[in-house]
Write a new protein. Structure first.
Length: 244
């Protein structure tokens, strides 16, 4: 068993993330984002970024809601989410947009592989990988890629008035580098937790069916944010990715 202090911190962090996600979701129910996909991105981001996501949302996320969009249309101006958000924070928003797809993909993949271990076998566990975690990461990446591209598609296509095919191509261009950079940070931290921190320092196995695993995943997502941030800076500066 993990130490009591770690178990308590893990549960507290997970509950805090869930509460922050609910607060944002309720606020969006009454003040929805003008870009509907962001109504998913913000609560999902709060699941791992907790109070940081909550503060970011109320400081800058609400600048992109439908109320502001209606005001902008009346005066043919620019959305305050762009004009009033410093570029470094716009990059952070772009990174969380990618990260939400990664987070949902990881939650889905880890849960499915835990409930149905045969999935990991199909993806190379025993045949290619001795450790199940590596096979699950393959599934993580597949789900994260599909969801990330979907999120990006519903951002770029309407913003640029593209055809479905053009929108899909641009979504792949905008999200592949960002998503891969995010997964590298996430995988790196989870590898450290799985192969060193828990077995070597704590003498226990990091199991999916524990609060400690999902607490580590929260931190891993923040590591993914850090590794994807430079990629998102370049993608937005170069115009490949839409500034939101």
């Amino acid at each position: 068993m993990s130490p009591d202090w770690l178990h308590f911190i893990s549960i507290t962090s997970l509950v805090a993330g869930a509460v922050c996600a609910v607060i944002i979701a309720v606020n969006e129910w009454y003040n929805p984002q003008h870009m509907w996909v962001m109504n998913i991105v913000w609560p999902v981001t709060a699941l791992f970024a907790s109070l940081l996501a909550l503060a970011f949302y109320f400081s800058y996320g609400q600048l992109a809601n439908m109320e502001h969009m209606q005001e902008v249309r009346k005066r043919n101006g620019e959305m305050p989410s762009k004009s009033e958000t410093p570029f470094p924070l716009s990059v952070a928003k772009g990174a969380t947009h990618c990260g939400a797809g990664c987070a949902l993909g990881d939650i889905l993949a880890e849960s499915l592989a835990f409930a149905f271990p045969a999935i990991a076998v199909w993806l190379g566990w025993h045949a290619i990988f001795q450790e199940k975690v590596f096979a699950v990461w393959v599934l993580d990446y597949i789900f994260a890629f599909l969801l990330g591209i979907g999120f990006q598609y519903f951002t770029i296509k309407p913003a640029r008035n593209l055809s479905p095919a053009q929108g899909l191509i641009q979504a792949v261009k905008a999200d592949t580098l960002s998503l891969t950079a995010w997964q590298i940070g996430m995988y790196g931290f989870m590898a450290l937790a799985h192969f060193w921190t828990f077995p070597r320092l704590l003498g226990i196995r990091l199991d999916v069916a524990t609060p400690e695993f999902w607490f580590m995943m929260q931190i891993a997502m923040l590591a993914g944010f850090a590794t994807s941030y430079p990629a998102n800076w370049w993608l937005i500066r170069s115009g490949i990715k839409e500034r939101m």
